[in-house]
Design a protein around this ligand. Sequence first.
Ligand code: SF4
Length: 238
Amino acid sequence: MSKLDSLVASTRQTLELIAREYTPAVFASSLAAEDMVLTDLILKAKLPIGIFSLETGRLHKETLAMLDRVKDHYGYEIALYRPQQDAVDQYVAQNGLNAFYDSVDMRKECCRIRKVEPLGRALAGNKAWITGQRRAQSNTRTTLQVHEDDPGHLMDKFNPLADWSEEDVWEYLRANDVPTNALHEQGFPSIGCEPCTRAIQPGEDVRAGRWWWENPESKECGLHVVDGKLIRIKSVAA
Ligand code: SF4
């Protein structure tokens, strides 16, 4: 069995375990390459796992286009969770549309409004959630496990691709003719909001293009646990 076959087999087992023992469970997709591997595995196996995306209002058009491409390819409509409009309006009125460039606190408050709060709604009522995170993606994910507790959301969290390399991901996508985000061909290995994500140079960390103006240690959006600790969001809202 090839390395990829072995990874696929263990990932299928993890997804089947979730479907069997953690229903209802949901998969949070950012519509990036890793997430398309999991989308392909979940939908082809017809597993009872819902797929959703956080539509922050600041996504690239290429990312939004993936919603239709998934629908065309799999006949599946990804559920969208959007921020509360009054919270967005208040942040913009008080701080400006792009205040996230001003400080880490301002950035985390924007992520809290546009991602963390909608994520809470998306996860409510589920026993587990699934992400496409990989251990090799950045220095904030080196201890990532396939199965973790998520104390912030009081449920189990699964990262079925924790052991996969970037090469494994792309080998799977090509071999299975999976639709992929056009941003990947433009130097974006990691997909996020348009104003906070840029292309990277060869040899850079795959998440180097996310919040590139910040220190590497602060580069998470508050959705995940790092080193066993919930990434806290320090609110600076009035
Ligand atoms: S990634 Fe940027 S635009 Fe998106 S929610 Fe976070 S700070 Fe706001």
